[in-house]
Every structure is written in C-alpha cells, then in structure tokens.
Design a binder for this molecule. Structure first.
Ligand code: HDL
Ligand code: ZN
Length: 416
C-alpha cells in the first residue's frame, strides 16, 4: 500500500513503531525460574537506584539510616520526597507514572497502598506475560554473571530460562578484576597464574566454554571504565587477545563493549554511586581493525563520545552501535543520538535497549523510547517524501522491524 502524504506517513510510522514487538538486547531482568533475582512491583520500582540517587538530592538523611530501612520504608520515603513533595518530572520518576498508567492503574489517585494491593495478588509468571504484552516485548536478553555465586548456583541446578529470555555472558570480573577472578576461578577448579601463561589461557578458555554451554549466550559482554585503553600491557588486553576474542570468533559470537563507566564515585550510594567519563575511541578503532573477524556491539556512556562512535561505525563493518545507555536514556539525549546515528548510519544500528532492572520498567523505557524513535524516523521519511521519494507501508514495517530487533539478530548471526 503506498503512503501518499505526510499525514498518512505520520499515522503509519507512529502505529508501526507502537505495534512492533521488540527484542530488548540488554537488560538486568531474569526469567521467573531465577526467583527473587527478578525485581518487579511498586516497591522495586520506587527503590530503583536511579531514584535513590535523586532522593538523596532532596534529603539530609544519612546514607546509613536509609540503607537500614526495609525496602517498603525506603519506597515510602522516595514516594513522599520525589512524587508528593515535588513533581515527578525526572525521566526515572516519570517512568513510574507511565508504568502505573500502562497497567491500568490511576496515577492521579497517588494511592501507594492501592498500587501495592494491585501487585500483591500477582504471580510472577503471569505478571511477566502482562508486562511483555503491555510493553510489546518479543524477547529480552538478560545479564548473566558466572562470577555471581547466587546466579551460578541456579545455573548449576540446571535452570533453563523461559522462552523470551536469552542470556548474555557478562565478564566484568574476569576483565576488570583479575585478582578476584583468579580467586573465584580457583574455587571453581580452574588453575591460573598471575601472568597469562599457556595453562592460564587454556583454563580461562575452558571456563568460557563451560558457561557458553551452560547459558547458551547470544553474546559476551563487559562494561569498561572511561580510561579503557587497547592495546596496553594490562592483563585485560592479554585476556581479550588470548582468550575472549578467539572464543568469540570460534563461536561467531559478538562481544559487547559498554565503555565509559566510572564505578563507585560515591560508594555511599552503593549501586547508584557509579558515574561516567569521556573515553578514548582509539581503543575501539584498534580492536575493530586488529580483529576484523570479531563482531563488536558497542555502547558508550558519555554524550560527548557519541559522534566519534558513529563515525567509527562507518569505518568498521564489524562494529554495531547500540542503545542510549544509562545516563543517556533520557528523551532529549535519545532524540539527539538517534538522529545523529540515522544521519550517519542509515538503519544499520540498534537504537535502544532498556537496561531494565525492574520488570515493570519495560513499560516506560520502551513506551518513552518508541515515541522518540518514531518522531526521528518520521522526520527522515518526511524529508524523503518532500523530495519526491515514495514509500509503501510494507517498507516502513520492514525498516521498523529492522530497528527494533532485526539489526541485532542479523549482526549476531552474520559471518564476517
Ligand atoms: O553495567 C551495566 O550494565 C549498567 O547498565 C549498570 O548496570 C547500571 O547500574 C544500570 O543499571 N544502568 O541502567
Ligand atoms: Zn546494564
């Protein structure tokens, strides 16, 4: 069906983006088999670390007093401070309102106890289906840490994640804390040395292949500090070169690099205490050019790094850019970054992931992002329509499916 004018174009783009079922390529969610590792419900929503950081900007309460409270008491405080005593205009507070509305509750009632009553009667498996339906999610990729004792136990008991939940093998401990990694590897029966000798290389590879077999990950992932350099004479460089990149190549598996963190700048905030820094893109250039047969999925945390990242993606076909990550996951920055990427990369990028830590957040993180991505896409189509290009509805659906999962699955499967 042809699209004849800008009114039809706007209407169709908005509906295609609103309706498309998404693959959410990076989350901190877990399927129901992981029990209480999956966070959901109003009290987990209100104690999300983004809201904890915002809460402390309004209060003189000592950190330790807050941390001593039960989760519901923390949630009560955050609700009062960020929603009742001030309007919830930040992206993270607005998100809670969007979730309540998406679930058919009345945000205007401001009735926290009524919201709690709604959640109290729900079964996890049923609620997962509800949220996937409301947020129109096809499937999500978890973050699975083989160095997390609680998670390891579940995998070793033979857990099989539900349909709709894929795994990603997270390697932050291995690549960012070799001393701790060696201790944990030793306890699991992997003999390593301080230096990366032949035996250590073999043992790390054995460890990686064990967890690939156990988790069946779509990709391996690591977050990297803003001062990440490659190559250098760090153990990280040798682990990448001798262990991770060869195994990823052998499996045709992407390595996701999430670059730009500055962990624990305020330890009193615990998970909310991380910040960001500008990074040196040459590390990524060196990796992509030195390893043309490895696939790199990359997101960067600093707004200032986004343009260089886009241009670097134009230089390397083995680089797939993804998401407006963490402190960039705000409407003003999602729009700026998505517009930049579409102008430089066409459709060959992955515009968004939710990074959801609480199941219900899928409703707002995707609801808000869809609106912004649709508006950028419409603008780009409108430029073409005004220049005499003609579209069909089928082509628009094709493009939208590609942006909301297709580019990811194609990249994970393609051989370089
Ligand atoms: O390292 C990561 O995967 C980050 O997404 C952190 O988990 C961060 O705390 C976060 O939740 N960002 O949204
Ligand atoms: Zn994350």
């Amino acid at each position: 069906m042809p699209v004849n004018n800008s009114y039809e174009l706007k209407r169709f783009v908005d509906s295609a983006v609103r309706e498309v079922r998404v693959t959410d390529i990076h989350t901190h969610l877990y399927s129901a088999q992981f029990d209480d590792m999956l966070l959901w419900g109003i009290d987990d929503l209100l104690t999300y670390h983004y809201l904890v950081a915002e809460f402390f900007r309004y209060t003189s309460m000592p950190y330790e007093d807050f941390w001593a409270l039960a989760k519901q008491e923390q949630a009560d405080l955050i609700w009062q401070t960020l929603f009742i005593q001030a309007s919830p205009v930040s992206e993270a507070t607005r998100g809670v309102i969007t979730v309540l509305k998406g679930l058919g509750l009345d945000p205007g009632a401001r009735d926290l106890e009524a919201y709690r009553t709604y959640f109290s009667g729900l079964r996890t498996e049923d609620y997962i289906k509800t949220v996937f339906e409301v947020a129109r999610i096809k499937d999500v990729v978890m973050t699975n840490d083989p160095f997390d004792d609680e998670e390891c136990l579940k995998w070793q008991r033979g857990i099989q994640a539900d349909m709709g939940f894929h795994s990603a093998l997270r390697l932050d401990v291995l690549l960012n804390d070799w001393q701790l990694a060696r201790i944990k590897l030793g306890k699991k029966g992997y003999l390593t040395s301080e230096i990366l000798d032949e035996q250590t290389i073999a043992e790390v590879k054995r460890f990686l292949l064990y967890w690939v077999d156990k988790m069946n990950p779509i990709y391996m992932a690591v977050s990297l500090a803003s001062d990440f350099a490659y190559p250098d004479d760090s153990i990280r460089t040798y682990l990448l070169e001798e262990c991770i990149l060869p195994v990823c190549r052998q499996l045709n598996m992407p390595l996701a690099l999430m670059i730009g963190t500055k962990r624990s700048v305020n330890p009193d905030l615990r998970l909310a205490g991380d910040s960001l820094g500008k990074s040196d893109i040459s590390a990524l250039e060196n990796l992509c050019s030195s390893y043309p047969n490895n696939k790199f999925m990359v997101t960067m945390l600093a707004r200032e790094d986004q343009h260089e990242l886009c241009v670097t993606a134009r230089k390397f076909k083995n680089l797939m850019v993804f998401g407006s990550w963490w402190f960039l996951n705000n409407p003003s920055l999602i729009e700026e970054i998505t517009r930049m990427r579409m102008e430089l990369l066409g459709l060959s990028f992955i515009p968004q992931h939710s990074d959801a830590r609480v199941l219900d957040q899928l409703i707002y993180k995707w609801g808000h992002s869809r609106q912004i991505i649709a508006s950028v896409l419409y603008d780009k189509y409108k430029d073409l329509l005004d220049a005499g290009w003609r579209f069909t509805e089928e082509e628009i659906i094709r493009d939208v499916k590609y942006l909301f999962g297709g580019s990811f699955w194609e990249f994970t499967r393609k051989a370089l």
